[in-house]
Design a protein around this ligand. Sequence first.
Ligand SMILES: Cc1ncc(C[n+]2csc(CCOP(=O)(O)OP(=O)(O)O)c2C)c(N)n1
Length: 591
Amino acid sequence: MGDSGQTGGTPMTGAQSLISALEHAGAENVFGIPGGAILPAYDPLFDSRRLRHILVRHEQGAGHAAQGYAAATGKVGVCMATSGPGATNLVTPLADAYMDSVPIVAITGQVPSSAIGTDAFQEADIRGITMPITKHNFLVTDPAEIPRTVAEAFYIASTGRPGPVLVDVSKDAMQASTTFAWPTELNLPGYRPVTRPHAKQVREAARLILESRRPVLYVGGGVIRAAAAQELRVLAEMTGIPVVTTLMARGAFPDSHPQHLGMPGMHGTVAAVAGLQRSDLIISLGARFDDRVTGNLDSFAPNAKVIHADIDPAEIGKNRHADVPIVGDCREVIADLIVALQSEDGQGRQGDYEAWVEFLAGVKTKYPLGYDKPADGSLAPQYVLERLGAIAGPEAVYVAGVGQHQMWATHFIGYERPGSWINSGGLGTMGFSVPAAMGAKVGRPDTTVWSIDGDGCFQMTNQELATCAIEGIPIKVAIINNESLGMVRQWQTLFYNERYSNTDLQRHAQRRIPDFVKLADAYGCIGLACESPDDVDATINKAMEIDDVPVVVDFRVHRDAMVWPMVAAGTSNDDIKFARDMAPEFEEDDL
Ligand SMILES: Cc1ncc(C[n+]2csc(CCOP(=O)(O)OP(=O)(O)O)c2C)c(N)n1
């Protein structure tokens, strides 16, 4: 047995040490499924009074639940799985958490160290597999290393740019005797995230902001992770600069605020897309110039200088040259920018953005988000989400799947505060919503949590409804059921001559398969269905009244509804359409 430099400590097994370490790290909930290699850890877990283990039905559910928990609380989410297939089932959530900077720690059992590398039963090199999709990962074979490794995993997951960390522990390390001592300090050479922005860069940024005539605050998920919404509001209001919030940043700035142009990108609002495209200065705060935002990079915001603030230096200049790079925590960057601009103001220097603000206000009024009600009187999905937002309100948490429903949910609900919108932005993982909503509800039990899911997505992870029902986690699920893989179908409509290859989920079915209302019932949930606009409010109100069991509402919507606006993949943001074949016209002379 090795010596990790700790002396003394309490004698116990490696497995007890692992559970004790999780408790010391502040974990309260663990989502997981046991199996051979992790079994030793489940024995002391059974006795833990500080850790609640939630037995999920699929490890992917455990991973997304840990993400939902983390996103809703700002704490580190924890999931646990056995070796081999248990661990590989965590790959998707780990990749998802990596893309969206979600702090989670995954604990996996590994085959005994003597068997590692022998293709032993249920052996998978999960460290190797997850190397590119975790912020860091560890293999522990020495029980003395367990407490320090867990402490480091939590520290790495939650500091700097947050992300997933995997701790793979061999079975023999859990079975061996060891001593437990919680490390008082961590020594991580080479890991020193810069949080304090450089004063010179901030001054330079302030200078550019004052010089510019068409600035835009391009707000990304980093603002949410850094809990910087309040500072953002101060900066926006003191300067009057228009704001766009990316899919990951919805809620970082109130949708109702007059300076808010909405979401930019492929399905962004015309005002947000035009705002970035015609800007002369993009102030990027915790955003990463994702291709879904920039469209064709060569023609993206051709006249804009860029101030790029991010805690991760690797993001800066990755896709777009930064004129002023600022490495630092978004909250600190914004706070320092406020001070720098106040001092400029004190010397009589302010920006002049009047014509720009007026131009964008005109675009916003001329091209609001909208949709057509189906002529046959059937249900418009956008209407369902509009009503859901109005009835459940801005205090609820909305957790989306991936597809058209996600885009409608981001546009039509209305987000007023950070943390009210949770989704899989970077990876775009179908199946994210139900388990992530479960995790969010565990983290915020007093808050109404709505999962907004597509009928395709829902069928990937709906088994976690059993977990929700049995564990007393009363989430609400709105299935936006268009009987198809709607987003893919939309692309087939627009780019494949309406050749609907394999996107119809009800092909030849004489009845609805599955029947979601019966499925909900089978899972111990309440199932409701709604297919008429007249019943939408009553159905949502009914779902809102039930708070002891999970509720599933099957909203049977028109299948041909499409998401607009849209910038076709790979094309320029200048070619945005706000409806099919309809491009906005701007009066350039106004600028
Ligand atoms: C795991 C996974 N597989 C495939 C895709 C590709 N994909 C993106 S959206 C989509 C359709 C989603 O259908 P549904 O859940 O019914 O939502 P809708 O678009 O109809 O609202 C598909 C297949 C994906 N994003 N994730």
